[in-house]
Design a protein around this ligand. Structure first.
Ligand SMILES: Cc1ncc(COP(=O)(O)O)c(C=O)c1O
Length: 399
């Protein structure tokens, strides 16, 4: 096929939800991808924080082949045991905070959040859910209800009742809003889609304390931040924040659609057969891939690599801010979840377009931001190559 033929078919038959970039990607290798005419691009988005080990990663291919030769889906699905699932459960215990000992698997981040909101209501026998302004938790009806961004909500009003919002990073606002009706507070430890917002050092622990005192369960949505995206395996784990649930997806299986949620023994004690489930939940194929990805992260000490690469990027990006103070507001982020905030959406759009013209994928975020979240095993040379394209793009817009 040619790109042109692919555009025509997709434009004709796909539901109109995405403003498409006119590029048809045929294959990838590490941080690079190629279109149907064999043009090479650098991917600084890792498919929105998913392909954490790069494209066509051999350990993932191997896990897919080996497991698919054995079995994809068990008879009676989750009613039967699976060694692939058991292996994943075991390795997850080594990476999760110690107090989160019970797990279940989903097929996406939204599905994991949806499930824990439902379960938190049962466990607490309360209805209200607090979320934060500018948060993003998914696109199902309950997770859109928990998402604090008008663009994802307004068209679908009225959404689910009993959802309340507080200012991100503001413990007083949380304190004021908590009461005996609040089942859960769902919180991203760093807001990703909201524009890579990092709260103050004490916020997450403070929020956990307030929730505990109020009998409210804390759901840490680590869908974007988990699995070394910001350096440590989990942000809440690194900061010793005691969440009652952690939700996960994206990097967990390096590109295979998969998700998970972990909970405390106390929460699990209040749940019973039939409270949750799903045809594909914990399917052996996804489990085998997630196991391979987590093993790779551990065996290759990706956590410290990400910290090093993040520091390297921030240094270079901060120099841009010094050089272009009329165009760049701020550089922020942690590990390999970074954002350049421009003075206007117009500038960010121009820079993003210019990057794409020079064959670099970046992700425009919240209008005036450009998010950089490449594969976690990206090398310094590959980062340099992409950052040089970005720098030239900013330079060309700034003249
Ligand atoms: C923090 C957070 N939670 C949930 C989701 C939804 O995950 P998914 O797209 O896998 O449903 C996302 C996706 O960007 C996210 O960033």
């Amino acid at each position: 096929m040619t790109s042109k033929a692919t555009f025509e078919i997709e434009d004709r038959y796909m539901a109109p939800f995405f403003a498409k970039q006119q590029i048809s990607i045929e294959r990838g290798d590490g941080v690079f991808v190629w279109d149907e005419e064999d043009n090479r691009y650098i991917d600084f988005t890792s498919g929105w924080g998913v392909t954490c080990l790069g494209h066509a990663q051999p350990v993932i291919t191997e896990a897919l082949i080996n497991q698919s030769r054995k079995i994809l889906q068990n008879p009676n699905s989750g009613l039967t045991y699976s060694p692939a699932r058991a292996q994943l459960l075991e390795v997850m215990q080594t990476v999760l905070p110690n107090h989160l000992t019970r797990l279940f698997f989903s097929n996406s981040g939204a599905e994991a959040n949806d499930a824990v909101i439902k379960l938190a209501r049962k466990v607490t026998n309360r209805l209200d859910v607090i979320s934060t302004h500018k948060s993003f938790h998914g696109r199902t009806i309950s997770t859109a209800s928990a998402t604090g961004q008008a663009t994802h909500r307004e068209k679908f009003n009225p959404l689910m009742p009993n959802y309340l919002f507080v200012k991100y990073g503001d413990l007083d606002d949380l304190k004021k809003t908590l009461n005996e009706n609040v089942a859960a507070f769902i919180l991203e430890p760093i807001q990703g889609e909201g524009g890579v917002i990092i709260p103050s050092k004490d916020y997450l622990k403070g929020a956990a304390d307030l929730c505990r005192k109020n009998g409210t369960l804390l759901i840490a949505d680590e869908v974007q931040t988990g699995f070394c995206r910001t350096g440590p395996m989990f942000v809440t784990g690194a900061l010793d924040v005691r969440a009652d649930f952690i939700t996960m997806a994206k990097g967990i299986a390096g590109g295979f659609p998969f998700g998970a949620f972990a909970m405390t023994e106390e929460v699990a004690d209040k749940l019973e057969f039939g409270d949750h489930g799903g045809t594909y939940c914990g399917n052996p194929l996804g489990c085998a891939v997630a196991h391979a990805v987590i093993k790779y992260l551990l065996d290759n000490n990706i956590s410290s690599h990400v910290e090093k690469m993040g520091t390297f990027c921030l240094k270079r990006m901060n120099a841009w801010r010094q050089r272009y103070p009329d165009h760049i507001n701020e550089i922020r982020g942690a590990g390999l979840l970074l954002l350049i905030e421009f003075k206007s959406e117009h500038i960010a759009t121009q820079v993003s377009d210019q990057c794409l013209a020079e064959k670099l994928f970046v992700r425009q975020t919240q209008g005036n931001g450009i998010r950089v979240f490449p594969a976690l095993n990206i090398t310094e040379d590959q980062l340099q190559e992409g950052l040089t394209i970005m720098e030239k793009a900013i330079q060309s817009v700034a003249v």
